[in-house]
Design a binder for this molecule. Sequence first.
Ligand code: SF4
Ligand code: SF4
Length: 200
Amino acid sequence: MQRLRDLALEVLNEYQLLSQEFGSYQKIAGLNCVEGCGACCNNPQVEASVLEMLPLALHLFDTGKAEAYLQQMQDGGGFACHLFQRHSLDGIKGACTVYEWRPGICRMFGVAGYRTKTDQPTLSVCATIKASKPHKFADALIAMSTSAPPMLSHGRQRIAKIDYALGEKLMPINEALVAALEKVLTQAAYSALDDGNVAA
Ligand code: SF4
Ligand code: SF4
């Protein structure tokens, strides 16, 4: 279990850096999220790795909620990220219920650099931000040569390299959380067994 906790700590440290880098670029470019928007969370195809969900899975375990979450997620469908709370019927408005523990992609998605098929750096901005701030988007594109945005792929790599076995494969976010919860619960069961053997 200690190995999972050490990994989760490393992931959280990387998350802090990523949030600072992507958040400050977003702020300086004036491309902040639209208040109350949750459109990107209203989608079960957001992709994350098991490693990205590990800090949350351990937090749920430590607060006694891991089994309940796992059960709900195995029972439930999945028209959105399971961690999203809708504030409007269509799910366009809403909020993350685990903001502090959200995975890496959720810290980078709104505004990030990426490379085109011809390897040109460009800027990816979510459709909602683009529509609400078209001039800021145009300014950011023009300023790219002097003020390069942080790259999504680099952020992904920095997380994955903490543990390639758990960090490289991406899957729909709900599946990634189920896998992380199963890993934590299995490891906890083994640890309890080991402790019992030692005590015996
Ligand atoms: S973890 Fe939170 S921020 Fe990320 S998709 Fe789910 S609800 Fe949205
Ligand atoms: S990234 Fe875009 S879709 Fe997601 S919350 Fe921000 S404004 Fe809304």
